[in-house]
Ligand binder design. Structure first.
Ligand SMILES: Nc1ncnc2c1ncn2[C@@H]1O[C@H](COP(=O)(O)OP(=O)(O)OP(=O)(O)O)[C@@H](O)[C@H]1O
Length: 586
């Protein structure tokens, strides 16, 4: 007997391969119905040939990936990973072969089939346990029972039927019970048809507490680990479970264990996801995510500057979130109900920028067929965000300065200034201080814009924020893109930390978007994010890093000294031979 189970999904799904032929496809009539753009109505079949399960696609162009390789026909082995469309499945061969069940098993098989159907709609751990306990009670026609579950090192009885609650207190005590102990040690189902005639078990705590005459105990193991057990008893005349098929129970136990393990895994994922959501709630500032000290300092500064109507210059590399921060300042200011208007000074041709900013009157230039408002008009009683202010042409810098000083805007082609109420926020990724020094940016305008400066740190200097942002973006983008959300694999997390993100958060966002669309495994890999080893900076020992720094420092000093090695050696207070030694290595 075998089964297929979905892996890497929040929804545990299992199909028992109990027929000679199992059909797979997107049509509802299939035994295994899978959705997804790459799955066709009748996609593949799984046939039981002799004692092997053989998968065949129904046409050449239909693909099934088995352990990462495209296959049209494949004899399935225990543990094989199948990818069909977007669904990843594991093939599990249960311990007992089908023919053991055949002579006595039709009723048992019916039970399993009905149970599989019921379970496919059940997602909670308790729901799965309830169905499993009910199935054992039905299968054995037992009267009462309970499930003991091991979770996070603690034992509990989450589900019981017809058992007095007081008899279930102290679940862990039941584990020292001789019956339960015996079943766990043997790892096999245990049936005691007449407890009172079994010296070894007669005084067992569970028998006494539940007043039983017959007992059936089913230990549940997955991947060698004890998950818990199902205990069923009866107090009617003795010999009650004598006829129950032990082999069938063994199959049932392996199958139930997988179901429980899968439900527990899904539950743990959901728990992690909720914990992550909770953490994110504390680590976000409006729509900006950041727990690093550097970002927390920015958030505090934003809170202080937002209510004051001063100009703020937001600096930082491209993609660090300058526009997002500008939005946040506006949202927290008394102008929040007014408009937030953005203009990218670097994206508009110089001859159009003036009228974009200040508006124009009819006939101001060829094509100006009507009077038009500019961005300053649009930002009246709100905020104007001047993005890429470093790109502002020199002639316009003067006009802008006058507008900022007087709060009056004169349209192109007009002589009448209009008084407007606006707050200006500006952003740049270039070093404006340097631009002022080399006279490409006016100093007076720089000081007018830069009443307060907020310097956004690059992503590589925000420590754990990379991981926080990556998880946040996965959660945000997956539903937006209509694709399943996938966790980050351990190697992916390591690669995210090592990469230096020259394009900052925007680059991270784009990589995650792409990965979510293209990934096929249960978790995102470094390759999905284009972060293979070759893309990552080399790991260096401290000694190597010191050497590299020394060489760079020597080369910089040498350049400042116009290539004079003796002067460089004097400046650095080293022997000239040290300079030669480094230059030979360069
Ligand atoms: N801390 C953050 N939390 C959440 N999303 C962020 C954060 N920082 C940036 N982003 C996202 O990254 C993208 C780029 O951000 P934004 O446009 O604000 O950057 P920028 O610094 O203004 O870029 P540029 O210099 O190229 O104009 C946006 O999609 C934004 O939502």
């Amino acid at each position: 007997m075998a089964l297929l189970r979905v892996i890497g999904s929040i929804e545990p799904r299992i199909w028992l391969l109990s027929e000679r032929l199992t059909t797979v496809g997107s049509a509802l009539a299939n035994d295994i119905c899978l959705l997804g753009s790459d799955v066709v109505e009748h996609h593949a079949t799984i046939q039981l040939d002799a004692s092997a399960f053989v998968l065949r696609t129904t046409a050449r162009k239909h693909t099934v990936m088995i352990n990462g390789k495209k296959r049209r026909e494949h004899t399935l082995c225990h543990g094989d990973r199948l990818t069909i469309g977007e669904t990843e499945l594991e093939f599990v061969l249960l311990e007992t072969p089908l023919n053991v069940l055949a002579p006595r098993g039709p009723r048992g098989l019916e039970h399993l089939r009905a149970l599989a159907a019921r379970l496919s709609g059940t997602h909670s751990v308790t729901g799965v346990l309830e169905h499993l306990l009910d199935a054992v009670l039905e299968l054995s026609e037992g009267q009462k029972g309970f499930v003991i579950l091991a979770r996070d090192g603690r034992w509990s009885v989450p589900v019981a039927r017809s058992v007095d609650a007081t008899a279930l207190e102290n679940a862990h005590l039941h584990l020292s019970d001789s019956i339960i102990g015996h079943a766990i040690a043997s790892r096999r189902p245990l049936i005691i048809a007449d407890v009172r005639n079994e010296d070894a078990f007669e005084g067992a705590q569970s028998v006494v507490d539940l007043e039983l005459s017959s007992v059936l105990c089913l230990p549940l193991f997955a991947h060698g680990e004890l998950l818990g057990l199902i205990y069923v008893g009866d107090d009617r005349p003795t010999g009650y479970f004598a006829e129950v098929d032990l082999e069938l129970l063994q199959v049932f136990a392996s199958w139930a264990s997988l179901m429980i393990a899968s439900a527990l895994h899904a539950d743990a994922l959901e728990h992690d996801r909720n914990a992550l959501r909770g953490r994110l709630r504390n680590q976000r500032f409006g729509s900006v995510i950041g727990a690093s000290k550097a970002m927390q300092a920015i958030f505090q500064a934003v809170e202080r500057v937002a209510p004051a109507s001063v100009s703020v210059l937001i600096t930082g590399e491209t993609g660090t979130g300058k526009e997002l921060i500008a939005h946040e300042i506006h949202r927290r200011s008394p102008r929040a109900d007014g408009p937030f208007i953005t203009i990218n000074c670097g994206a508009i041709p110089e001859h159009l920028l003036e009228s974009e900013l200040f508006g124009h009157v009819r006939g101001a230039f060829t094509g100006a067929t009507a009077r038009r408002d500019g961005k300053f008009h649009a930002a009246h009683r709100g905020t104007l965000f001047l993005d890429e202010i470093g790109e502002m042409p020199a002639a316009l810098q003067v006009k802008l300065l006058r507008v900022l000083q007087e709060h009056c805007v004169t349209r192109v082609g007009s002589n009448t200034p209009e008084e407007l109420d606006f707050r200006v926020l500006a952003a740049t990724h270039v070093d404006l201080h340097e631009a002022v020094a080399n006279r490409s940016f006016r100093e007076d305008l720089y000081y007018r814009l830069n009443v307060v400066e907020l310097q956004l740190p690059p992503l590589r200097k925000r420590g754990g924020d990379v991981m926080l942002l990556a998880n946040f973006l996965i959660e945000r983008l997956a539903p937006e893109l209509g694709v399943p959300s996938r966790p980050l694999s351990a190697s992916c997390r390591e690669a995210l930390r090592r990469y230096n993100w020259p394009g900052n958060v925007r680059q991270l966002e784009n990589r995650i978007k792409r990965a979510l669309i293209l990934a096929s495994g249960p978790a995102l890999t470094p390759a999905d994010l284009e972060l293979e080893e070759s893309a990552l900076p080399q790991r260096r020992s401290l000694a190597e890093a010191k050497e590299a720094f020394a060489l760079t420092y020597i080369l910089e000093t040498l350049e400042r000294n116009g290539g004079n090695r003796s002067q460089t050696a004097r400046d650095l207070d080293v022997d000239p031979r040290t300079i030669f030694r480094y230059l030979e290595k360069a």
